[in-house]
Design a protein around this ligand. Structure first.
Ligand code: ATP
Length: 306
């Protein structure tokens, strides 16, 4: 996979605050990567470094083969950015706004206006931005970020304030871009919606990268238990079935459900036990650790590190 972004041993200090400390990672073509972390974890700082808006205190950044902070950054036209708070001139229409940004980026205006349809703003494009809802302004921001078919797309909390349907449209658009080879990096707090969508997750805590991998890789590393939920007939209200392993945590969820925490390597054995002849198991759900739980785990681990 060709790397489009390389962050090597980057530290960014603001006075005594270390916004980013010793961060290193590469992003590849076609990757859809979520950058997650608490407020102040360093996410926006990383995006600004990649955009060349600020320079690292130490370390090096390369975007599309260039230093983004160098005066003449050739890759800039292939870089799309959606800031956390998009703000546009309220007196301009959607079309006028998009045309303005197209000229700034030296892109053909007609093609740029077509992007308004892509983000579902075609019908509202002749209305003033002052009449747009938050979600519509966010779509306009995305249309602006998509100008010039970027090879790298940086999105700062792009789904905040979007309703579920818009979120779906939004993820469909960026998934299509990633499938076409664009590197998409999005910072977010919305962990549940990222779970099935991000191919890779980078977790930041207090400026430090504390985890980096696909959700499956993070699950393997974290070794958190998988919850096995079984619907068992004929149990008394607080009864735990005799076949449940003594050394595993078991709990009752409601009248019928027994929930067992299974270490990753014991999942299959437990399912065998549960479904062995004679057991009254009527249904089973296997619930692996969620991104929320993985995130909490890696944060805890980094806080406990010496
Ligand atoms: N221009 C600045 N001057 C001084 N400190 C700054 C500046 N920009 C960021 N910081 C500090 O750097 C740290 C990281 O900030 P950053 O904006 O990167 O966090 P973030 O992860 O994007 O947070 P959020 O989720 O709240 O947007 C914070 O402690 C912040 O106060």
């Amino acid at each position: 996979m060709t790397s489009t972004v390389r962050v090597s041993d980057v530290t960014k200090r603001y006075g005594r605050v270390e916004a980013v400390r010793d961060a290193s990672f590469s992003l590849g073509e076609g990757e859809l990567v979520a950058l997650i972390g608490h407020n102040g974890a360093g996410k926006t700082t990383l995006l600004k470094l990649m955009l060349g808006l600020i320079r690292p205190t130490s370390g090096a950044i390369e975007v599309l083969g260039d230093n983004p902070a160098a005066g003449e950054f050739a890759g800039r036209r292939q870089l799309g950015y959606l800031p956390e708070n998009v703000s546009f001139d309220p007196a301009l229409t959607g079309r006028e706004t998009q045309a303005f940004y197209a000229r700034l980026k030296r892109e053909p205006v007609a093609k740029a206006l077509g992007l308004l349809d892509t983000v579902g703003l075609g019908a509202a494009s002749r209305r003033r931005v002052s009449t747009y809802s938050k979600g519509m302004r966010q779509r306009l921001g995305l249309a602006q970020a998509l100008l010039g078919a970027p090879r790298v797309l940086l999105l700062d909390e792009p789904t905040t304030g979007l309703d579920p349907e818009l979120r779906q449209t939004f993820y469909d658009i960026i998934a299509r871009l990633a499938a076409g080879g664009t590197t998409v990096l999005l910072s977010s707090h919305a962990l549940t919606e990222l779970e099935e969508r991000a191919g890779r997750v980078i977790i930041m805590n207090r400026g430090i990268k504390v985890a980096d991998g696909s959700i499956d890789e993070l699950r393997r590393l974290a070794r958190l238990p998988t919850r096995i939920r079984l619907k068992v007939a004929g149990l008394a209200p607080s009864e735990i079935p005799g076949w449940a392993p003594q050394d595993a945590t078991c709990r009752r969820l409601n009248g019928h459900i027994v929930e067992i925490d299974a270490a990753p390597e014991r999942k299959i054995e437990l399912l065998h036990r549960a479904t062995a002849a004679g057991n009254a198991v009527e249904d089973v759900d296997v619930v692996p650790p969620t991104l929320d739980e993985l995130y909490a785990h890696f944060l805890r681990q980094s806080e406990q590190a010496p």
